[in-house]
Design a binder for this molecule. Structure first.
Ligand SMILES: [Zn+2]
Length: 361
């Protein structure tokens, strides 16, 4: 049993770790969640939908491991069930982090049961939990099953979603997540037969201000301006277009003509699938509720209601492209079903508009 002071320290430690994960790039925006055990049946966790930079120790709810009930003003992260699964399965888990870290997540789309690696001549095995929709009991059970297969692992990859890492302390858990990411990156570089790094490479972006299109670069070519105009006219909900010409995006646009989602965050933020024009005459594929438009050999236009959302789509697309390339070069991969994608996309849009309403209040 921890004392009151120890629990306060744990709350502060969760916030410190969340900022460290942001700084190290293992977590982007509010994606991911962090928790710490208080006793046999309770843990503290980061709340749902609040920026890590804005978190105060008192805002973290306490969740009951056995029945999922919680105490506190803020709702626990919607992904709390997988944290409960780790605490139930492992007595040595005192601190759990869940991220969508790039390379571990990508390993989880290849249909593998485990990732094997070596570190300082020590053999490491990271199990992959079977797919389950985010926030469901099914996913929590799959995590439990994966942990059961691999008794000494401190990390689990969740198929088509992300990963979990844990340890005795926050520092231990971060170390585990970093070690998983290094092993996964090495594997993806080998499997992908090239080193594609995650990152954005901005081309010509624009936004709507007072009903007019403003370009972020004065030298935006006329040809590109026409693309922006067409997108805004067909998608009146869009207020920001982020143009990404990263290596991953350019590579995928030359290789495939339809990007089906491999990852949950792609389905949520971008949509159920993106068509890529295979010739100049095919024209732009601008669709309702699909937040990416590929140009012909010209990168991808990522759409949002503001800069933040457009960049979110760009980040998720870039990771999705690397995942897609890995699947092509590995020769195997598991795509998400259309109906799962539709469900996740609808949920995301519903929650997002709710969130936007509260911000406006
Ligand atoms: Zn997640």
């Amino acid at each position: 049993m921890k004392t009151k002071e120890e629990v306060i320290k744990l709350r502060e430690e969760i916030i410190r770790v969340s900022l460290e994960l942001l700084e190290k790039g293992l977590i982007v925006r509010t994606w991911g969640n962090i928790s710490a055990r208080i006793d046999d049946t309770h843990y503290i966790i980061t709340p749902s939908g609040i920026k890590y930079e804005d978190l105060e120790p008192s805002m973290l709810p306490v969740v009951c491991i056995t029945d999922g009930s919680y105490e506190g003003e803020y709702k626990p992260s919607s992904e709390f069930l997988v944290h409960s699964a780790v605490y139930k399965s492992r007595n040595d888990a005192e601190f759990v982090i869940h991220t969508h870290q790039t390379y571990a997540t990508i390993v989880g789309v290849l249909g593998k049961k485990r990732l094997k690696a070596e570190k300082h001549e020590k053999k490491l095995v990271f199990p992959v939990a079977d797919y389950g929709l985010p926030g469901t009991e099914k996913l929590a059970n799959n995590v439990k099953e994966a942990l059961g297969r691999c008794n000494d692992t401190k990390s689990v990859i969740m198929a088509n979603h992300g990963s979990l890492s844990f340890g005795r302390t926050g520092e231990d858990a971060v170390k585990e997540a970093l070690s998983l990411e290094a092993a996964a990156q090495k594997y993806i570089y080998t499997v992908g037969k090239t080193e594609i790094d995650f990152g954005l490479d901005e081309g010509f972006s624009s936004y709507i201000e007072d009903g007019e299109i403003k370009y972020t670069t004065a030298q935006t070519p006329e040809r590109i301006k026409l693309i922006h105009k067409e997108i805004y006219s067909k998608r009146p909900d869009v207020k920001y277009i982020f143009h990404n010409k990263s290596e991953a995006v350019m590579t995928i646009s030359r290789r495939v003509n339809h990007m089906k989602p491999l990852l949950d965050d792609f389905a949520q933020i971008i949509g159920t699938g993106v068509r890529i024009p295979t010739s100049e005459v095919m024209g732009l594929q601008i669709k309702k509720n699909i937040n990416v438009v590929f140009g012909h050999n010209d990168g991808a236009y990522c759409l949002g209601v503001n800069e933040d959302e457009a960049k979110a789509a760009a980040i998720v697309l870039d990771k999705g492209c690397i995942a897609h390339i890995a699947v092509i070069r590995y020769g195997e991969g598991k795509f998400l079903s259309y109906f799962d994608c539709l469900k996740m996309n609808r949920n995301y849009r519903k929650n997002y508009s709710k969130l936007a309403e509260t911000v406006n209040d």
